[in-house]
Design a protein around this ligand. Structure first.
Ligand SMILES: [Ca+2]
Length: 162
């Protein structure tokens, strides 16, 4: 079979253009996916934060400058129930110093609820918190305790941005 040279050129040109269009489309899709945050929890979503786990995703994207409001609405936890530590609320152990050895965040009561935005600076939350977000990011929450193995309980927390 004789291949018509002109047809071959058109065919190759067509294939190249199709490839280019696909590549541009895929790149656009990828850029959109990477740059635009996934839909976040609706305002007022209630999340659970377990005492025996490290950083836990709250499903809330916060824009720098948003008023971030975090309120404990239920539950309790203990940083060492087997050793007699009582179950507490998000304010943690108010008798502890602010810089106990097992704190994840110093300057905040042991076993208090703490947070961070996309793995940047941590902040002390406690039972109630309201402050402008200093940066954009995903909200993560946890107990202010590095020794998680002996922990128990869950806090229920409303996370909002306004
Ligand atoms: Ca503990």
């Amino acid at each position: 079979m004789r291949i018509d040279r002109q047809n071959l050129v058109f065919f190759l040109l067509g294939a190249a253009l199709t490839g280019l269009v696909c590549a541009v489309g895929a790149a656009g899709f990828a850029a959109g996916w990477l740059l635009k945050p996934a839909p976040s929890a609706p305002t007022g979503a209630i999340v659970e934060v377990r005492a025996d786990r490290g950083w836990q995703h709250a499903g809330l994207w916060v824009q720098a400058g948003d008023l971030l409001v975090i309120t404990q609405v239920g539950g309790s936890w203990s940083e060492c129930p087997d050793y007699g530590c009582p179950f507490r609320d998000g304010d943690g152990n108010l008798e502890s110093g602010l810089n106990q050895d097992n704190n994840v965040l110093t300057g905040c009561h042991h076993a208090a609820l703490i947070g961070r935005l996309s793995a940047y600076e941590m902040f002390c939350i406690g039972k109630e918190y309201a402050a402008p977000a200093l940066r954009s990011g995903w909200l993560e929450l946890r107990i202010n305790d590095n020794a998680l193995d002996d922990n128990a309980g869950i806090l229920y927390v409303r996370v909002e941005r306004r």
